[in-house]
Design a protein around this ligand. Structure first.
Ligand code: AGP
Length: 607
């Protein structure tokens, strides 16, 4: 979502900040801005709606010789994406520049109070009130002024602030929104996502909720929520900054789709052997796992669908209720939770506000929280009791691809390991599972190859009034994900439904211009699914089938993509790969912005 970069040091400040913003573009934004402080303290600001190029067009107007600066990409929450509403925001005297990720929930009340005191607020955004509150609280030390204002704010924030009277100093604070400090030699960096600064330093301090950081060229000082100083915990990040480059691909999405065999292999490294599945990260919570009487899985969007893939299997093997709930519902209306509840939170970014909210609800109720997450060092990894990392590598495209298949795989691995620990699988069962699991990377490669049939199929059906994605059993999650991908990438209406539900209403939509996309897996419910597809054909709807372990399709499908045969939970995750390609091709035909679809952000850090 919004991105923050800050810098103090002797490099060219605006170039360093803009390079950082460029690396955060993938998170989604609709305006951008920058403020730089000169040695004498004067703060100059430029902001523009639209792409970074618009901002770059006015950078030449900034004075040279600055020593510190802050920059932002904004994804609008309060107020339209205009030049005026873009960050930074300043007080009316141009002394304080502030950037903010998050939402100030009591901003209207604060705005009224400030206006009554004679302040003039010029934008529509919640952030501006903070600049004015700091102006009122300032008595010569910007850190103390920020610390005095924070208790007045309700909501979430990652804040960075500069004051004209204190050049070469940046104050940063966070609550429920990510912010990291990068340490250099005689220079310091700030970023909402370390990917923006990794080219300059891999020494990162992740701020925790309530922390406040005072950055000066020579070093940083950290304060906790109570105002006490504490020593920074410096982490050395080993992520590959090169992942943020397209390396010859037209789009990050296509590159990340092709990375799936490697990502799936990395997800199993050290966890799957010929003898079975063992995830050492679960050892730390082994007593809670043994005591668990219910499992609640929480996630959003694609992560939610990925979590559905193995849920039925988990309940069947573990013989405890397993429920998968969208985090935005769970957080405010949770089921009965307590010390015998295991809550599994699944997220690529580890920063999704709703998922973090659900985790906090679960922890407050005494549940044990296991996180399945891609981004090491993210908020979710710090709040959970145990963490299993996906190991998929950085995912830049807004559309989840390799993170989806990795999430589906890792939730399956966790299910199998829980079953092993509970004695619910024999050694022979485990060997049989692991033999098939170890072929997943090869199956993913084969699915990428067979997806080459999809450009022609997409062309044939582009222009249809809508698409219905259907399946039964484990494939339903894949159908949901296929529909989401088509909507978000190509802006075409699509619905994912359990095939047995078609006759209860949705079948009315079907016809020659409303195809069905079917995930056809070889399972006990295959004959039932085939009947549903025959019903669709009887109503002239074309049926595009993704087939695993099913050879004879001519009676129920018009077009087919064949992927390797596998058991349903595995075939379901492999079947996602051709559906990703289908949406990608549709998006190309639609001329859509594939890596950054309109209105979307990679990591949804607001409710
Ligand atoms: C899907 O392509 C989207 N990017 C979106 O649905 C995403 O999966 C969702 O916002 C959850 O994100 P997370 O995995 O980072 O928590």
């Amino acid at each position: 979502m919004c991105g923050i970069v800050g810098y103090i040091g002797s490099r060219d400040v605006s170039t360093t900040l803009i390079e950082g913003l460029r690396l955060l573009e993938y998170r989604g934004y609709d305006s951008a801005g920058i403020a730089v402080a000169a040695t004498g303290g004067e703060i100059s600001m430029r902001k523009r709606a639209g792409r970074l190029a618009n901002l770059e067009g006015v950078l030449g107007e900034l004075p040279t010789g600055s020593i510190a600066g802050i920059a932002h990409t904004r994804w609008a929450t309060h107020g339209a994406p205009t030049d005026l509403n873009a960050h930074p925001h300043m007080d009316e005297h141009g002394e304080i520049a502030i950037i903010h990720n998050g939402i100030i929930e009591n901003y209207a009340e604060l705005q009224r109070e400030l206006t009554a005191k004679g302040h003039t607020l010029s934008s529509d955004v919640d952030t501006e009130v903070i600049a004015h509150l700091i102006e009122d609280a300032y008595q010569g030390d910007i850190r103390l002024a920020v610390a005095a204002v924070l208790p007045r704010l309700h909501g979430q924030w990652a804040l960075v602030v500069m004051h004209r009277g204190e050049p070469g100093r940046i104050i940063a604070a966070r609550r429920e929104a990510p912010l990291a400090v990068g340490l250099g030699e005689g220079e310091q960096f700030l970023a909402s996502d370390p990917v923006a600064i990794l080219e300059h330093t891999n020494k990162i301090v992740f701020l925790r909720d309530g922390d406040l950081a005072d950055l000066q060229r020579g070093g940083i000082t950290l304060y906790d929520a109570a105002g006490a100083k504490f020593a920074p915990k410096v982490e050395t990040i080993t992520w590959d900054g090169a992942a943020a480059r397209k390396e010859g691909y037209d789009h990050f999405m296509r590159k990340e789709m092709d990375e799936q065999p490697r990502a799936l292999s990395a997800a199993m490294l050290g966890r799957v052997s010929v003898d079975g599945v063992a995830i050492s990260e679960l050892d730390a919570i082994a007593p809670a796992l043994a005591a668990a009487r219910s499992i609640e899985v929480v996630a959003c969007g694609s992560a939610y669908y990925a979590s559905l893939t193995a849920a039925t299997l988990a309940e069947r093997l573990l013989r405890v209720p397993v429920r998968v709930t969208v985090a935005s519902e769970f957080r405010y209306d949770p089921p009965a939770l307590g010390p015998t509840s295991l809550v599994i939170a699944v997220s690529q970014s580890g920063e999704t506000a709703d998922t973090l909210g659900a985790v906090r609800t679960a922890k407050a109720a005494g549940a044990t929280v296991l996180a399945i997450v891609n981004a090491a060092g993210s908020s979710l990894t710090r709040e959970a009791d145990a963490v299993v990392l996906l190991q998929a590598g950085t995912e830049i495209s807004v559309a989840a691809t390799k993170s989806y298949t990795s999430q589906a795989l890792v939730t399956l691995l966790v299910t199998l390991d829980l079953a092993r620990r509970a004695g619910a699988l024999t050694a022979e069962d485990l060997r049989s599972w692991s033999t098939e699991l170890l072929t997943i990377p090869a199956m993913a490669s084969a699915a990428l190859d067979s997806s080459d049939a999809l450009p022609a199929i997409a062309k044939k059906y582009f222009g249809s009034s809508g698409f219905m994605f259907v399946s039964r059993g484990a494939g339903i999650a894949t159908a949901f994900e296929g529909a989401l991908k088509l909507k978000e990438l190509a802006y075409i209406h699509a619905e994912g439904i359990a095939a047995g539900e078609m006759k209860h209403g949705p079948i009315s939509l079907l016809g020659a211009d409303h195809p069905v996309v079917a995930v056809v897996l070889n399972s006990s419910v295959l004959p039932k699914l085939v009947s549903n597809l025959m019903e669709s054909r009887a109503r002239s709807a074309p049926v595009i089938a993704i087939l695993s372990g099913v050879d004879d399709w001519s009676t129920f499908a018009t077009d087919a993509v064949v992927i390797p045969a596998a058991r349903p939970e595995i075939a379901a995750l492999i079947a996602t790969i051709p559906l990703q390609r289908f949406s990608y091709e549709m998006a190309l035909l639609a001329g859509a912005d594939i890596d950054q679809p309109k209105n979307l952000a990679k990591s949804v850090t607001v409710e």
